[in-house]
Write a protein that binds this ligand. Structure first.
Ligand code: CP
Length: 334
């Protein structure tokens, strides 16, 4: 199975809705309205608890079974989907893909049909193949929902939501904000989902900064202002979002000079002084310390990186609860 990226993105925004227009799957943030994004952020905020408090729990997913299928590595996304589902009362299974039958050559659809036959009705997927979540969504039974937990370089919708929530907690009016996304933008699904969310939420100015060979193709990131000089790009911004160098999506020759990359495109304490004094700094994780971000910046009071992780559980609870609420609304109409 193979798909081209723009076609995959636009097919995903259509396929993820049911016949009433409600979200049945979450594959991309493309096509979600400002009202839909805000409702998801509001529900996520409802599930946020302060560090040290007991986590939020309810029974929104009672009777449902969530299967986590991660065909690429993950710590934050996989664990937070697992915790989110458990805290909403679902049964949860995590497939170890290195020991699943896919490693013996089983097709992804046969793996999905096997889980479906065991009453798994919410499938959380991460894969390096563009278009796979939409492809699977077209083939599952009508009661089964697909949640995209990271699709190649294209889409990471729950990361886009948790990034928007984290920004909103510090800077509630998106229309007043200058946001910088810096680093390996070409290979970043995080950057694409952040751009989709922040554009729809009305951010005043979105800047992207990358070396030439890590800049996305012309035509992508519509509306964003492009910079090849990080010192200029960071001037007076309210939010600095830096990105992991995606070595797994690069040829062997790229970014061998980590020190040089850090000097030109690393978020350092000196560079942060060019941003607004109350600017926040974000990173989706996992971090390459002292490559795309200086360790001292990651650990500084301006860093909201751990808050992004905390918000990840709340956002995934909000997405799961919303998808299941839509399942129940559909059943009422049948
Ligand atoms: N941000 C993110 O997707 O992290 P993981 O790869 O650990 O899930």
């Amino acid at each position: 199975m193979s798909t081209d990226a723009p076609a995959a993105a636009s097919a995903s925004s259509t396929i993820q809705r049911d016949s009433t227009g409600r979200l049945r799957h979450l594959i991309t943030l493309e096509g979600l309205s400002r009202e839909e994004l805000t409702a998801l952020l509001d529900l996520a905020q409802f599930y946020v608890r302060a560090p040290g408090d007991f986590p939020a729990r309810d029974k929104s997913l009672a009777g449902h079974t969530v299967a986590n299928l991660f065909f690429e590595p993950s710590t934050r996304t996989r664990v937070s989907f697992e915790l989110a589902a458990q805290r909403l009362g679902a049964d949860v299974v995590n497939l170890d893909m290195t020991s699943s039958s896919r490693a013996k050559g089983e097709s992804v659809l046969d793996t999905i049909y096997t889980l479906q036959a065991m009453h798994a009705d919410i499938l959380v997927m991460r894969d390096a193949e563009p278009g796979l979540p939409a492809y699977v969504a077209r083939h599952v039974a009508p009661h089964v929902c697909i949640l995209n937990a990271g699709e190649a370089h294209l889409s990471h919708p729950t990361q886009g939501l948790l990034d928007a929530l984290t920004i909103r907690q510090h800077k509630p009016d998106f229309t007043q904000l200058r946001v910088l996304i810096a680093g390996d933008i070409a290979h970043s699904r995080v950057a694409r989902s952040a751009w989709q969310a922040l554009t729809t939420l009305g951010v005043a100015e979105l800047r992207i900064a990358a070396p030439d060979d890590l800049m996305p193709a012309a035509g992508e990131f519509a509306g964003a202002v492009r910079y090849d000089d990080l010192d200029r790009a960071i001037e007076d911004v309210d939010v600095v979002m830096t990105l992991r160098i995606q070595r797994e999506r690069m040829g062997a020759a790229r970014i061998q000079d980590e020190r040089g990359y850090h000097q030109a495109f690393g978020i350092t304490a000196a560079r942060m002084r060019r941003a607004r004094p109350d600017a926040i700094v974000m990173h989706p994780g996992p971090m390459n310390r002292d490559v795309e971000i200086a360790g001292e910046v990651a650990d500084s009071p301006q860093s909201v990186i751990q808050q992004q992780v905390t918000n990840g559980v709340a956002v995934r609870m909000a997405v799961l609860a919303t998808i299941v609420r839509n399942v129940h609304a559909r059943r009422q109409l049948q």
